[in-house]
Design a protein around this ligand. Structure first.
Ligand SMILES: C[S@@+](CC[C@H](N)C(=O)[O-])C[C@H]1O[C@@H](n2cnc3c(N)ncnc32)[C@H](O)[C@@H]1O
Length: 351
């Protein structure tokens, strides 16, 4: 595993040497665009770092300390023009920075449909990881990324330098403390708040990575995020903000009742909440692919989640624990699980 100090050292080298930076970007793009990398990225092979074929030029990546034992020590995701470095799933789940960009793509697809991408002059990402959500926005848009994990901010800053971004800052913050005073933009600014907080269902702390563990019902940190947004909406900057959050939700497809939506309504008020259950988004990322229908019946969905080799070294034990969780929630009247996008819109802007 690449240690956090090495990410910091690579960032310093990138900042000091423009030619090295340009070469590193070109070499990372070549790796990431190769069929071998694409196969690796969507299969259980990603449990180990990507072995670099001898035909690849990687001298700049070597200089930066990103190559270890002939393998790339980081994961790379291409987002628009940006090259985003982050952890792979082989990194210890207690400190791992979120590897995947597909949730950000889902959030951004929703924002595009709602016309929010070009509307925003400021974007605040509540749990930014290495910065996937913000990578969709260009220089000129003020961007603030917050996260509880200092290693995530090391990657965030590295990606900032690697992609020559300006107007972007990363901050250590626990969303349970709200926006922690880091926001002080002008009244009237068009602020878009984004969030894909940890939302995986898990009955214990060790059942899922820090990046994914949302407690029993997946809502533990979503509630904190909605409360932070409610407080932000009381500030001059937040009065006209839109917030878009992604999460899993227990609920019932037949009645279109979703816990995540009800939680948002109870905190910010029902007339501010819009939601979508995007049918084109596969429900669960199992072994790197999202293949289940959204929504899906709870029991088979959680059973499939337990079988994910990327998250559960002992799938039999994980399936047993998920079966117990399913029993509990089905007894409470929840039949289904969905990927839900919740938007909190200012008064009069819901439609
Ligand atoms: C699902 S990941 C998404 C990360 C990032 N948005 C991305 O798409 O790569 C959830 C993120 O929430 C962060 N996180 C966990 N608990 C948090 C908390 N209490 N406050 C703020 N961030 C938290 C994790 O460190 C992780 O980066």
């Amino acid at each position: 595993m690449i240690d956090t100090d090495s990410i910091f050292l690579a960032t310093s080298r990138l900042a000091e040497d423009g030619a090295l930076r340009a070469a590193a970007v070109a070499q990372l793009k070549a790796v990431c665009g190769s069929p071998a990398y694409r196969d690796w990225q969507s299969s259980p092979s990603q449990l180990r770092p990507f072995k670099l074929p001898a035909s690849f030029t990687v001298d700049a990546l070597n200089t930066l300390g990103l190559v270890q034992d002939g393998a790339l020590g980081v994961r790379v995701n291409l987002i628009g023009q940006s090259t985003v470095l982050t952890d792979g799933v082989w990194v210890d789940a207690r400190i791992r920075v979120f590897p995947f960009a597909d949730e950000s793509e889902a959030i951004l697809a929703y924002c595009r449909r709602r016309g929010l991408v070009h509307w925003a002059d400021t974007v605040i990402d509540l749990a930014t990881g290495s910065g996937h959500n913000l990578a969709f926005f260009g220089n000129g848009v003020r961007r603030i990324g917050m996260d509880i994990n200092p290693r995530a901010l090391a990657y965030f800053h590295c990606n900032h330098v690697l992609n020559e971004q300006t107007d972007r800052v990363g901050m250590l913050n626990d969303i349970r403390d709200g926006f922690a005073g880091v926001v002080g933009g002008a009244a009237g600014s068009r602020t878009l708040v984004l969030g894909n907080l940890p939302f995986g269902l898990a009955s214990t702390r060790d059942m899922l990575a820090l990046t994914s563990n949302g407690g029993d019902n997946g809502l533990q940190l979503q509630g904190a995020a909605f409360r932070a947004i409610a407080a932000f909406r009381q500030t001059p900057q937040g009065a006209h903000a839109h917030a878009v959050l992604l999460g899993y939700s227990l609920g019932n497809a037949a009645t279109k009742q979703w816990e995540l939506v009800d939680l948002a309504k109870s905190i910010v008020g029902a007339d501010s909440v819009v939601f979508d259950v995007p049918a084109h988004e596969g429900l669960l990322r199992v072994d790197g692919r999202r293949t289940m229908a959204n929504p899906s019946p709870l029991r088979p969905a959680l059973d499939m989640a337990g079988g994910c080799r990327l998250y559960h070294p002992d799938p039999v034990a994980a399936r047993t624990r998920y079966a117990a969780l399913s029993d509990r929630f089905i007894a409470q009247g929840f039949n289904d699980l969905a990927y839900v996008i919740v938007e909190i819109a200012p008064a009069g802007a819901r439609a």
